[in-house]
Design a binder for this molecule. Sequence first.
Ligand code: UDP
Length: 238
Amino acid sequence: PQAPSSYKRVLLKVSGEALMGSGSYGIDPATVDGIAADVAAVARTGIEVCLVIGGGNIFRGVAAAARGMDRAQGDYAGMLATVINALLMQNALERHSIPTRVMTAIHMSSIAEPYIRRRAVRHMEKGRVVIFAAGTGNPFFTTDTGAALRAAEMECNALFKGTQVDGVYSADPRKVPDAQRFDTLTYRDVLANDLNVMDAAAISLARENRLPIVVFNIHEPNAFSRVMQGQGRFTTIV
Ligand code: UDP
């Protein structure tokens, strides 16, 4: 894989959960601001950055389906949750003087632009951070798959996945203390061992498009900026 410092364009996926801070639901403004400051610092170095934000801090279709809700309907609600998060992240980035655009896969022309691939590329060339909302626009998918899809479409050098831990482990290290941590993995390793990092659809899409995935802990101070410089701990999937 390329040295991170030579990256021209990257996509950062942040899960909705990462925006909750120490809470168990919704949005913690200080946490959103911290991530925005980190993204702003990377954008100021001249690297083109786009974002995909999840919605799990507000609504998840699968969880609702487990309680009897129609899955597709729940998924649409989940996609709307990602739009709320995207608008908040846009506001936080603009407070750091970073020009941004939100583009949604579900048309909501009063609040965001519709997703048009070539227009998104143009925004990034002009130095705007583009936030992709509403995932893929389709139920039965996740924002991880949306992230892999948009990263491929934008011809990003890598997909950065900010998580709650410093890389990929053989099991959840918060539950299994002797879980093994990996510095590098192949897409095949992740799929064959069912490693819990991104869903199989997202990993397959990344593999087909030779899109490296870098998994790191988003909650470390300046985590994204540091991992862009190859500092700190992270797992690279190639
Ligand atoms: N979702 C969907 N299609 C997509 C992306 C997301 O239906 O392409 C829905 C799905 O219900 C999902 C919810 O939006 O549970 C929130 O996204 P996700 O669970 O990926 O968020 P994260 O776990 O990253 O916070």
